[in-house]
Design a protein around this ligand. Sequence first.
Ligand SMILES: CC(C)(COP(=O)(O)OP(=O)(O)OC[C@H]1O[C@@H](n2cnc3c(N)ncnc32)[C@H](O)[C@@H]1OP(=O)(O)O)[C@@H](O)C(=O)NCCC(=O)NCCS
Length: 157
Amino acid sequence: MAITSSSSAEGDRTLIIIRKFEPQDFQWVINIERMVFDEHDPYLYMQFYETNPDGFIVAEINGIVVGYVAGFLATPEVGRIFSLAVHPAYQNRSVGSLLLKEIINIFRKEGVLEVILEVRSSNIKARKFYEKHGFYQNGIIEKYYNNEDACSMRLEL
Ligand SMILES: CC(C)(COP(=O)(O)OP(=O)(O)OC[C@H]1O[C@@H](n2cnc3c(N)ncnc32)[C@H](O)[C@@H]1OP(=O)(O)O)[C@@H](O)C(=O)NCCC(=O)NCCS
């Protein structure tokens, strides 16, 4: 578990706890997922936890789960980020960056050499966010999201 203090855009200090997902966090995670993504499938997250408990990390502020990241080993050398999201009211306070750094650290300890993910082509904020963390665009997957192309991104460790 990592505890870190971050300042918001308004300048107030906030204690952010980065820790493993626990089953009682499920409703928080689903609420965030419902707010930020068009597709909504709560069962995917419970399934994910059952198969990859070590790759499911949450961020907590004042006892509230405000963000999560879910990542797994696609192969022994390739880590894949399945989902990363921060509650809209808590974005732009470094929560997403802390979650991303934590999953990258976990991958690194596992001996992963590259991290991959997909993001909607139209999701400019997320694409910029990942680029800021060293990812680059690796290709386009047409109609990955039924109605929209995905931008495939990659980070070399
Ligand atoms: C993409 C996402 C995860 C980023 O999370 P976040 O918590 O907002 O990310 P951060 O706060 O670490 O960084 C975002 C921006 O806030 C800025 N920021 C961070 N802390 C800050 C602070 N204290 N004061 C002012 N700005 C700050 C960062 O510099 C960054 O800005 P930049 O992109 O212009 O450089 C979030 O926007 C999200 O959940 N989006 C919806 C879901 C999604 O698209 N997920 C990704 C696809 S899988």
